[in-house]
Design a protein around this ligand. Structure first.
Ligand SMILES: Nc1ncnc2c1ncn2[C@@H]1O[C@H](COP(=O)(O)OP(=O)(O)OP(=O)(O)O)[C@@H](O)[C@H]1O
Length: 581
């Protein structure tokens, strides 16, 4: 069963490496030639012994010596060629797997990505893919050749004398039996190792990611304990495993090379009773000595065989993840109207529905504000309109076309989505803004930066627009990062703009400037706004009040204050905070 699993994992891996099969096959051929050349000196020594025992001249011996030397050189040349070719094919395969994983991630729903623990994708795309290197670059050519050539030599020994053939293989067979026993639990052990590795990675990522909280709340002792325990557990796991496997490893590594322990006494008995020629005896002794090296080398790959399954399974879990199924052909829209009809939705990670029977019509060129208590479902509605997830029930249309029938790229061109935690890349400010529209000129980038209130702080940065933002925008303040994200979204110039708490981390003075800029830049566009500060949405054409996943009312500010108790209460609370400020 375990063998079957390894084989099927290997078949999947071989399929991923399809474009480089010829490279891998050449590597195997070179490796076989290399190991075969490595055996040549042993054959030559056998022949020299034969010549000397037959009383032939030294000149023949010299020819065999030259051949032995040529074999040795051939071994170096062919094994170097095999390594070079297999590594080239391997690194190209790993590159292709990593590219395929990223392409796949762009097609899976955002929800799948958001629900995956941080660090998991990093581990799979970097560590698991890297874990294929020994399998592809070494196991395929080296294990094949190191097993094949001894088989050919064994046949030769059997032809010389079948009894000595058996004798020269006794230690190898015992060694293989011990390896097979010791590796019975390998797959389970490796799985445990991966699990404990994940726990350690999570503890480390959590400790480092939350270091500010740890320091601010003087939690270092408790948090450090979790970190230290995870590191300790990881070390103990490997020490236990090593202790268990060490005795087997020690046994097979000492038994396989001790071939002479069997070959010598049996050979001597056969030689002394006259049933084995001296020349054959000595040749077999030399060849059996040469056999053990390749067998031991081949056995050093059993660890790699055990991890193929784990690596392939983790990579496949991304490769085979369900995708958002969308057509490739662009569609044409009647207009920019967005309609939600009886929309229901639940997150995969949650059992209960978070949106219930949502009906909403968003007229092109208007401002729609989604308001409601925390957790009521505002962001979920906005993200469903942006196509982050497939809805569970009902229908969302844009310009009369079902969202599920719009190619992802086309939908993406229609909508600019700005949330509170927009990511900035470790590139220059200019490049980060230009991600909104890659063909924008420097003037266009600087224009949106000016109107969204970024220019003033960018100008005082050490390199101005060419200042690098740091990983995740770490060199900038929360408000500065937010303003750059807004500038980036405005540069995109999409007909629909969704601002999900986009101005929440901006101070009130700058917020007023940015609100004016947003109004100017989104003139004529459809704007969907989620904001906790109600003063920013009082002029909206339609304010939609959401409570516990349902629309409870909608209309203009004055209508809602009069007719919607929840909105009136929220407005009162908002005025209260304004007063106290
Ligand atoms: N990725 C997710 N996985 C599982 N549940 C989620 C996820 N995102 C949101 N939820 C849940 O869905 C419900 C609605 O959340 P949503 O973020 O849409 O509310 P919201 O009104 O935007 O809240 P807030 O004003 O606090 O941002 C909440 O119960 C929330 O816990």
């Amino acid at each position: 069963m375990k063998g079957k699993k390894t084989l099927s994992s290997f078949a999947i891996l071989w399929r991923w490496a399809e474009a480089y099969h010829s490279g891998f096959l050449s590597a195997v051929i070179f490796a076989i030639l290399g190991v075969a050349c490595g055996m040549v000196p042993y054959f030559c020594i056998g022949s020299i012994i034969r010549l000397l025992l037959n009383g032939e001249g030294i000149q023949y011996c010299l020819t065999w010596c030259t051949l032995a030397f040529a074999g040795y050189i051939g071994k170096i040349i062919f094994s170097t060629l095999s390594t070079a070719v297999s590594h080239t094919a391997t690194f190209h395969t790993l590159r292709d797997i990593r590219k395929a994983l990223l392409r796949k991630l762009s097609r899976v729903p955002m929800g799948t990505i958001l629900d995956t623990p941080s660090g998991q994708y990093k581990t799979t795309i970097i560590d698991r893919v890297e874990g294929m290197e020994p399998t592809l670059a070494h196991l395929i050519p080296e294990m094949t050749s190191n097993l094949l050539v001894p088989i050919i030599v064994a046949i030769y020994i059997f032809v010389l004398d079948w009894r000595m053939g058996i004798a020269s293989f006794v230690t190898t067979v015992i060694g293989l039996a011990i390896i097979s026993k010791s590796t019975k639990t390998y797959a389970i052990r490796w799985e445990g190792a991966v699990k404990i590795g994940h726990s350690m990675a999570n503890a480390i990522v959590e400790y480092i990611g939350g270091i500010q909280v740890v320091k601010a709340f003087s939690q270092s002792a408790g948090s450090y304990k979790r970190y230290a325990d995870a590191v300790e557990d990881n070390a103990n796991y490997y020490v236990d495993w090593m202790r268990d496997s060490q005795k087997y490893m020690c046994m097979w590594q000492s038994i396989i090379p001790s071939v002479l322990v069997v070959v010598l006494p049996i050979g001597l008995i056969l030689w002394s009773n006259g049933s084995l020629l001296s020349v054959d005896f000595l040749t077999i002794v030399v060849l059996s000595l040469g056999l053990t090296g390749p067998v031991v080398s081949a056995m050093s790959f059993v660890d790699d065989l055990a991890v193929i399954g784990i690596n392939v399974r983790e990579i496949s879990s991304i490769m085979d993840a369900p995708e958002l199924i969308r057509p490739d052909q662009p569609v044409s829209f009647q207009n920019q109207e967005i309609i939600l009809e009886h929309v229901t939705f639940f997150y995969n990670s949650k059992d209960e529905e978070v949106l219930h029977d949502i009906n909403l019509r968003i007229t092109p060129g208007t401002v729609t504000a989604l308001v409601g208590p925390s957790g009521s479902g505002k962001s979920t509605i906005a993200k469903l309109i942006a196509g982050f997830w497939d809805i569970t029930g009902g229908k969302i249309t844009l310009g009369g076309v079902d969202l599920k029938k719009i190619p992802l790229d086309q939908l993406n061109q229609q909508i600019a989505y700005v949330s509170q935690d927009n990511y900035l890349f470790d590139r220059t400010v200019r490049e980060n803004i230009r991600m909104g529209r890659l063909d924008a000129t420097d003037e266009e980038v600087e224009f949106v930066a000016k109107v969204t209130g970024c220019d003033s702080f960018i100008q005082v940065l050490s390199q101005g627009y060419d200042t690098v933002c740091g990983g995740g925008g770490g060199h900038l303040s929360g408000g500065e990062k937010q303003r750059i994200s807004i500038a980036r979204a405005m540069l995109k110039n999409a007909p629909i703009v969704i601002l999900d708490e986009a101005t929440a981390s901006i101070d009130p003075e700058n917020e007023a400037v940015i609100q004016r800029a947003i109004s100017a830049l989104t003139k004529g566009k459809t704007l969907i706004v989620i904001a906790h500060r109600l003063s920013t949405i009082v002029d909206a054409d339609n304010i939609v009040v959401i409570e516990r996943g349902k629309i409870v009312d909608q209309g203009k500010q004055e209508e809602l204050i009069e007719n919607c108790p929840l909105y009136a209460q929220m407005w009162k609370a908002h005025l209260g905070t304004q007063d106290s400020r």
